[in-house]
Design a protein around this ligand. Structure first.
Ligand SMILES: Nc1[nH]c(=O)nc2c1ncn2[C@H]1C[C@H](O)[C@@H](COP(=O)(O)OP(=O)(O)OP(=O)(O)O)O1
Length: 178
């Protein structure tokens, strides 16, 4: 049975991927939440910015590039029992970018062959939703309960229509997408 909960504390975050042909750009988090794990680029949405602006800014800050026309693909809701908070993550993907990929204090960027992504060195939910994120024109919603940061106690991943995703975004986040 699902134990999905809503904690009073919400944190609104972004996660952006750059995918080109059979390659995906990931970064290894060098400090803070999710340290040593490989993931897309992102962080918390600041006051007075839209979610999409935050996704672009975080990518610029973390790996030096500006993603072009990031597509909003998915929403992830993480109930973190240990911290008694819910993290809402907005997932974006771009195929083009400007600038040079550079290491930052926060992230070590690296291109991966999509068929060689090692989910053992990533957040445990990633192996569930990355396969859909890597497709084209697939939209998804997922909710995950975490006991500790590395243990998922229940999960619910589903593919949704783009309109449903936009409606869910409005429902779960007070911050406008654009
Ligand atoms: N279970 C999970 N699976 C996943 O793939 N990414 C997760 C995740 N939980 C959090 N993230 C990602 C989303 C977001 O990009 C990032 C949020 O971490 P933080 O809030 O610590 O961000 P930052 O360290 O960049 O903080 P700021 O720069 O202060 O915003 O971690």
């Amino acid at each position: 049975m699902s134990t999905m909960v809503n904690f009073p504390k919400y944190s609104h975050c972004t996660l952006l991927f750059v995918q080109q042909a059979d390659k995906l750009l990931l970064g290894m988090k060098k400090r803070g939440f999710g340290v040593n794990l490989w993931n897309g680029f992102g962080g918390k949405v600041d006051l007075n910015e839209t979610v999409r602006q935050a996704a672009i800014r975080e990518t610029q800050e973390e790996c030096g590039i500006t993603p072009i026309d990031p597509k909003f693909l998915g929403l992830l809701k993480f109930n973190m029992n240990l911290d008694q908070k819910t993290i809402i993550v907005h997932v974006f993907k771009s195929t083009e970018y400007t600038g040079n990929i550079t290491e930052s204090e926060e992230m070590l960027p690296k291109w991966f062959d999509i068929d060689k992504i090692n989910y053992d060195v990533m957040w445990p939910d990633d192996r569930i939703w990355y396969p859909d994120m890597l497709k084209t024109n697939v939209f998804f919603f997922g909710e995950y309960d975490f006991q500790e940061h590395s243990v998922i106690t229940s999960s619910n991943h589903k593919i949704v229509k783009e309109e449903e995703l936009l409606a869910l975004q409005k429902q779960l986040s007070k911050i406008p997408l654009d």
